[in-house]
Design a protein around this ligand. Structure first.
Ligand code: NI
Ligand code: MN
Length: 220
């Protein structure tokens, strides 16, 4: 049984039985989320920006679990005292809860100290046959057609807030290109710059017979 928990912004916990993975743990905004009580085994990071790195280092150190990220970001995490595994784009990685492959995203990535954080990523997870695509921060790109052809995801988490990423119109097109059955909007409403019209997003996505699962971080 795969359970998806939206913690807020781009942070998700995906749990498979006794094992859970945390993606982009900018969790400090959600007082209801207590990571000390969760069966976390791994943390995956799409890129180095603070709203995605979040509390990753603190959580990884406290629970003695490993972060997976591109080499520049993984090296930074190790410098900060956390366990971290370097990954390149395009290869399957095996975990206790399933497997994952890091894929392209079109964005930037700077470490907290200003150094280059490496190539930004999206992440495709395969958890007991459920294929879940977390787009990270990205613009719309035709890579999403390739993701459909290669991996056929059923569920996608897509940024809709504009300014730094896709807006609702481009995210609706991304959902179509990915061929997913369900879309979970993310990366909106956290800051004034990324307010989004969720109702418009639902309407646009529904035109393609795709469902929108709007998850409320206050209901975790
Ligand atoms: Ni970013
Ligand atoms: Mn971001």
């Amino acid at each position: 049984m795969v359970d998806i928990k939206y913690i807020g912004h781009s942070a998700f916990q995906i749990t498979n039985g006794e094992n859970a993975v945390l993606i982009d743990p900018f969790v400090q905004n959600n007082p209801k989320y207590d990571w000390k009580k969760e069966p976390l085994k791994d943390i995956l990071l799409t890129h180095a920006h603070g709203d995605h790195l979040g509390q990753a280092i603190e959580i990884a150190k406290d629970l003695d679990i490993e972060i997976t990220a591109v080499p520049e970001l993984a090296a930074y995490c190790r410098e900060q005292g956390a366990k971290a595994k370097s990954v390149s784009l395009g290869c399957w990685l095996q975990y206790s809860w399933g497997r994952a492959v890091f894929l392209p995203a079109f964005h930037s990535s700077a470490l907290p100290d200003g150094r280059y954080g490496g190539c930004p990523a999206s992440i495709l997870l395969d958890i007991s046959g459920a294929r879940i695509y977390h787009a990270g921060d990205t613009c719309l790109s035709s890579e999403m057609k390739t993701v459909k052809e290669l991996y056929a995801p059923q569920i996608a988490m897509l940024p809709i807030g504009g300014t730094y990423t896709m807006d609702v119109e481009h995210a609706a097109m991304a959902a179509k290109w990915l061929g997913v059955k369900t879309v979970i909007p993310m990366h909106y409403g956290t800051f004034p710059e990324i307010e989004a019209d969720v109702q418009k997003f639902i309407q646009l996505v529904n035109l393609n017979n795709t469902a929108v699962g709007v998850l409320n971080p206050n209901e975790i």
